[in-house]
Design a protein around this ligand. Structure first.
Ligand code: BG6
Length: 500
């Protein structure tokens, strides 16, 4: 069997990196609005303020100190405020998706467009109407919407007044927000992803955490900062997992056809050598990510969880009913992002426990300009790893390469490197389906149109099949241009993956 009939070819984006319109339509302030632009190996920052007006700064992996709250600072450029302006271009952009033959569009809803403070009694009708229009426009073109309920985003008010996801009070607030969406679009949207990349969340930027941990305050590196607060992070993510199980329950009550997915960043991990400490180290390192999908997909914490918590002297606080809800409402499918592989080297200091974005370099692989190894076979490896482990449908909801593109005078962009990257990855997907028997529902490459980079806040790190005219300072017309990869991917979608 080749790609099955109805395979969902498409593309993915997230509100905070694409939408813009940050204070329009009654939208409230989100933490993502406070994250500055960084650069390659220069972390993005969040400025914060204490009650008395004293200011400080942390990085996207860090927490803000207790008693302080994030601010939007005058004179600083915040790339998400306009981003690539889907808010004002949605019709044009969905027409471009349709022209490419998309069957599916994965996007996230901005929580503060729906509940501006997160704990409002009533939803913001104008925000809901915006997504009504987006969904209807997709359906008009026979594009199946796949909604991510939360993608690197949360209302600032919930961080500052509640301490973010460290507080269980966020569980019912999130369930209320999700229920609003599930009810509103019950006959229009079938595929849902609860939380984006739950295994890489941490600190203030995605969990709204505040902490007086000295290492966090001093740390200038994303990974170090999130490790410093690992205990806090695991507790906060437990609340997200419980909230997701409640959402799955509600979703199936609203419409039993709903397909509820979990989502992890699962770029693969290899041992650097066949030394047993590298082999077991790589296996063990992988568990720091799979711990979350094990809970989502199997409904309970795995036996090795305690070992991970012990590394941080952390004891998980469960409340009555948590175990039952997790067991009763696992995910229907597993969504994941795949960009690269990482090599685990027992002697490397660079390896971290938060998702495998660093490690020793792999001499067999070429890298993107941002140093991400390009590894199509790794995608087949991960597809098999996950299907063998869970035996439930998979969905690749992100894949792609960030690169520097050149817009030519005639409006063309010659991005052969991107075509090569995708062609090689799609070939491996095909093998996973045909030879290995993996049940794969669809494929939505990341940033099908250029969006702001989550990691660096840059515009020049482009992923799209469509070029958007804006730069790292937000200069440009926001006009859209089709890259060479646009025409290539159109053939792929239209031929159901036969013409590569
Ligand atoms: C994933 C995220 O981690 O990777 C996206 O879900 C992100 O939001 C993507 O944009 C690519 O990472 P980056 O840092 O290159 O934008």
């Amino acid at each position: 069997m080749s790609f099955p009939k109805g395979f969902l070819w498409g593309g993915a984006t997230a509100a905070n990196q694409y939408e813009g319109g940050y204070l329009e339509g009654g939208r409230g302030l989100a933490i993502s609005d406070m994250i500055t632009a960084g650069a390659h190996q220069v972390p993005r920052k969040i400025y914060y303020e204490y009650e008395d007006g004293k200011e400080g700064v942390t990085t996207i992996g860090g927490s803000v100190p207790k008693g302080a709250h994030g601010i939007v600072k005058e004179g600083i450029y915040y790339p998400s405020h306009v981003a690539t302006d889907f808010y004002h271009h949605y019709k044009e952009d969905i027409a471009l998706m349709a022209e490419m033959g998309f069957k599916c569009y994965r996007f996230s809803v901005s929580w503060t467009r729906i509940y501006p403070n997160g704990d409002d009694e009533m939803p913001n009708e104008e925000g809901l109407k915006f997504y009504d229009m987006v969904i209807d426009e997709c359906l008009k073109h026979n594009i199946e919407p796949l909604i991510t309920i939360l993608h690197f985003d949360m209302p600032q008010h919930l961080a500052d007044a509640y301490g973010g996801w460290s507080n269980r009070a966020l569980i019912p607030l999130f369930v209320k927000y999700a229920t609003t969406l599930l009810t509103r679009w019950k006959d229009k949207v079938k595929y849902w992803v609860n939380i984006n990349e739950v295994n890489v969340l941490g600190g203030y930027w995605t969990l709204g955490l505040s902490s007086d941990n000295e290492q966090t305050k001093k740390s200038n590196a994303v990974m170090e900062a999130s490790i410093a607060d690992a205990g806090l992070k695991y507790q906060a993510i437990h609340h997200l997992l419980v909230a997701s199980a409640h959402v799955n329950k509600v979703a199936h009550e609203i419409n039993s056809d709903n397909m509820m997915g979990c989502m992890l960043a699962l770029s693969g991990i290899y041992p650097a050598t066949c030394h047993p400490d590298d082999v077991f180290g790589a296996y063990d390192f992988r568990r720091h990510a799979l711990i979350f999908s094990d809970v989502y997909m199997r409904g309970y914490y795995p036996g090795y969880a305690q070992g991970i918590f012990d590394e941080y002297n952390f004891t998980l606080k469960m409340e009555e009913g948590d175990e039952e809800i997790l067991r009763a409402h696992p995910s229907d499918f597993m969504a994941f992002s795949y960009y690269r592989t990482t090599t685990f080297d027992r002697n490397s200091e660079k390896i971290t426990t938060t998702g495998g974005q660093q490690g020793s370099s792999n001499p067999y692989l070429k890298e993107t300009p941002w140093g991400w190894p390009v590894d199509p076979v790794g995608l087949r490896y991960v597809l098999n790893e996950l299907y063998d482990r869970y035996q439930k449908p998979l969905f690749i909801v992100e894949n792609g390469m960030g690169n520097i593109d050149v817009l030519e005078a005639d409006g063309s962009v010659h991005d052969d490197y991107r075509i090569d990257y995708f062609r090689d990855h799609v070939k491996e997907m095909k093998k996973a389906i045909e030879i290995d028997g993996v049940n794969l529902l669809g494929y939505t490459p990341w940033g099908w149109i250029d969006v702001v980079s989550a990691g660096t806040g840059e515009m020049k790190k482009r992923y799209g099949f469509v070029y958007v005219d804006t730069d790292d300072q937000g200069n440009g017309s926001l006009k859209r241009y089709k890259k060479d990869s646009f025409y290539w991917y159109k053939k792929v979608c239209e031929s159901n993956g036969e013409e590569l």
